[in-house]
Design a protein around this ligand. Structure first.
Ligand code: C2E
Ligand code: CA
Ligand code: CA
Ligand code: CA
Length: 279
């Protein structure tokens, strides 16, 4: 049979053509987005059991000239595939370290921790450990204020390499959280090989705890396991007082979700009433 040309499907499947072109456009746009300063870091508050803001998670957004504010789910997966997530992640980390540096000299903010998402592709990049060390060192921050959020994919393969990299950064003082816990196929035996400080209960569990007794049992089990392994637990996606209560009663110590605050521009976070400098 005649070998199909690269673009031959165009004549047969306009939907697929449109999807492929939209994707290609996003990829081209992504390549220039950093240089054009189109990314923006949003911060979402994290609170303790008393409701006090103890930190934030950095969540990237793409301010696209034509498409408006593009959520990360629409470009991070593509950036993972293309490798651009390495440069984007490096920029997010620099931005986060600049925040921590600013907060250090502010009495109302110097206690805040900042969590930064690290994709698997970024974590496995050969230069990752050196890049984090260089950024943290250059910024002059206390590395103990920085928390890297990793995903469960890192528990499957190359666990020794993962542990080695984490220990290298742990030696600097950086903390680690296991993001979206319970959604991947975690190898529980591998969990204890890593220097983790925190488990983050995925919002899909939190969403149903009030209605689904099975999810409540799961969350309860995750919390117990985390404490037995010496880790702190934070629940994400907490939207209602009822969810907060249920989690709190089962020993969850930290919370994040719309109930406490949506992700917001950095300036807005820094201007939260409870973080505002005393006049
Ligand atoms: P994630 O790390 O699990 O982040 C939590 C997501 O839940 C965020 O979506 C946040 O806005 C959303 N969220 C927070 N509170 C609530 C709530 O109460 N209810 C509901 N329904 N959702 C809530 P967002 O900002 O759209 O980010 C989506 C994902 O994109 C993140 O999921 C993370 O995996 C990825 N991402 C975001 N920023 C970065 C980044 O700088 N680097 C990398 N590698 N990935 C990032
Ligand atoms: Ca996260
Ligand atoms: Ca998460
Ligand atoms: Ca999640």
């Amino acid at each position: 049979a005649k070998k199909a040309g690269r673009n031959s499907f165009r004549f047969f499947d306009p939907d697929m053509q449109a999807a492929v072109e939209a994707r290609a456009e996003i990829e081209r746009g992504l390549a220039q987005a950093l240089a054009l300063r189109q990314f923006q870091v949003y911060l979402q508050p994290q609170v303790d059991s008393s409701g006090m803001v103890v930190g934030a998670e950095a969540l990237v957004r793409w301010r696209h000239p034509a498409r408006g504010l593009v959520p990360p789910n629409e470009f991070i997966p593509l950036a993972e595939e293309s490798g651009q997530v390495v440069a984007i992640g490096a920029w997010v980390l620099e931005t986060a370290c600049a925040c921590l540096k600013r907060w250090e000299s502010d009495l109302r903010k110097c206690h805040l921790d900042l969590a930064v998402n690290v994709s698997a592709r970024q974590f496995r990049h050969p230069g990752f450990v050196q890049q984090v060390i260089a950024t943290v060192t250059a910024s002059g921050i206390d590395p103990g204020r920085l928390k890297l959020e990793l995903t469960e994919t890192l528990l499957h393969d190359d666990i020794d390499e993962t542990a080695q990299r984490m220990h290298a950064l742990r030696a600097l003082g950086v903390h680690f959280s296991m993001d979206d816990f319970g959604t991947g196929y975690s190898s529980l035996s591998n969990l204890k090989k890593l220097p983790l400080d925190q488990l983050k209960v995925d919002k899909s569990f939190v969403a149903d705890i009030a209605a689904d007794p099975d999810d409540l049992v799961l969350v309860q089990t995750i919390i117990a396991m985390a404490y037995n392994l010496g880790m702190q637990v934070i629940a994400e996606g907490v939207e209602t007082e009822e969810q907060r209560e249920l989690l709190l009663r089962r020993g969850c110590s930290h919370f994040q979700g719309y109930l406490f605050g949506k992700p917001m521009p950095i300036e807005e976070f820094e201007d939260l009433p409870e973080l505002r400098p005393l006049a």
